[in-house]
Write a protein that binds this ligand. Sequence first.
Ligand SMILES: C[S@@+](CC[C@H](N)C(=O)[O-])C[C@H]1O[C@@H](n2cnc3c(N)ncnc32)[C@H](O)[C@@H]1O
Length: 276
Amino acid sequence: MQIDIVSVFPEYFDITGLSLLGKAQEKGLVTIKAYNLRDWTHDVHHSVDDTPVGGGAGMVMKPEVWAECLDDLLGAGGTGRAGGQATDPVLIFPNPSAPLFTQADATGLSQASRLVFGCGRYEGYDARIPDYYRSRGVDVREYSIGDYVLNGGEVAVSVMLEAITRLLPGFMGNPDSIVEESYTGEEPLLEHRQYTRPTTWRGMTVPEVLISGDHQRVDRFRRDEALERTSRIRPDLIGRLDCDRLDKKDRKTLEGLGWRVGPGPHPVKDDGPVSR
Ligand SMILES: C[S@@+](CC[C@H](N)C(=O)[O-])C[C@H]1O[C@@H](n2cnc3c(N)ncnc32)[C@H](O)[C@@H]1O
């Protein structure tokens, strides 16, 4: 996978040389390049922003500079070709007022051969930039990483980058470690709680079932704990489960937690609708 990142602080991405992501680059699984947007400016101040049309506080990132940069990275006119080769790029802009980035998005994007990220700053980027590249046939995505506002897109890109690249085949030493995780799979739930040795620490003992050696009981205990934690912390995820995929024991656990399982397609909370 090739990843290009455009930012006014490209040094921020020096951290991608560390840890597992650094190793993945050494192994050739992923190539990450960070570019300075100011390299595409022509004025003496290397300005990338201007005042908002219609008035208001702050500054907005200019479309001309972004377009010169993205045309170079994506190919002339942003047709999605670089160096004469079709590269199937996905262009991604972090944006707090966009749909939330989820594990399902990370999974989908981990199949792409090339990602180009554009980091916003100030009050954000001119809204015509993503629209223009969409109109050129580029797969453009805008994502928020949460309901809060950061100073710039660099942190958000780091978050997405890590969520995506850890799903690349060969990235994890033990591939099983990404199979049973929170939000993962056909039935995204929060994960059960985890413990390690010693089994008794400062008078606190791990649940007895986990040291029983009975794998069936362990699996059931973990599944029930995942259902209970998800019901309490993220009831919206329970409300999206497919009733047909729930076994008898799942149903019993959910009913004990105040959910009606069936006759509809998804569980329904006895005391009314749930939202995030
Ligand atoms: C200060 S923010 C702009 C906030 C914008 N004026 C608003 O109120 O929605 C500057 C840049 O930081 C990035 N950013 C900030 N918060 C983010 C979030 N929660 N998710 C994704 N990107 C974010 C985006 O790239 C954004 O263009």
